[in-house]
Design a binder for this molecule. Sequence first.
Ligand code: 5GP
Length: 203
Amino acid sequence: MSDKGLLFVVSAPAGCGKDTILELMLRKTDSAGYSVSATTRAPREGEIDGVHYRFLTRERFEEMIKEGAVLEYTEYCGNYYGTLRESVDSLLSQGKDAILKIEIEGAMNIKKQFPDCCLVFILPPSMAELERRLRNRGTETEDKIKERLAQARNELEAADNYDYLIVNGELDKAVDDIIAVMRAEKLRRGRNAELVKEIKGED
Ligand code: 5GP
């Protein structure tokens, strides 16, 4: 079985539980790591620089783009978000799978640069359940909830461009599903071209 690190890109509309699924998945495996993105948005309570994001000023972010240190970036709600070349390289060079938690446009950019990467999309079980979860957070105004639901509807259209769809109905099952996807990707014939020869003892 291939022991080379692979690139997994995970996207989901807000409220689908992407962060929780990935956090639980990463606790269950030591063969993968989260690629820490850079952003110019302010840290939220409890967020740690270098763990959740690299928190940068706009000036520094723009410098890093010029230096070629950013693989892809986007502007979202007035802030830059981008994948750092170094974050991905350091995981892959340790033989680990790199997990990129990025939005759709960024995912499509990464696919262009790394056609071999695996794209995973997380879906809510239904729009009604997504609405219920957004309301339960209790942090958003009615207008914001409506806006997020409309945005989610749009984003779901992009699911067609992804390799795997995971429905986050039951959290444990969704975590198992993403682990299964990662295992299955490693077993792909194309990633194990030399395996049959090795087994036959041919070089
Ligand atoms: P948040 O501010 O809630 O942490 O993230 C906002 C959005 O930015 C989420 O959809 C998240 O997936 C996306 N995002 C985070 N990091 C990156 C990145 O490096 N590149 C891109 N393209 N999107 C990102």
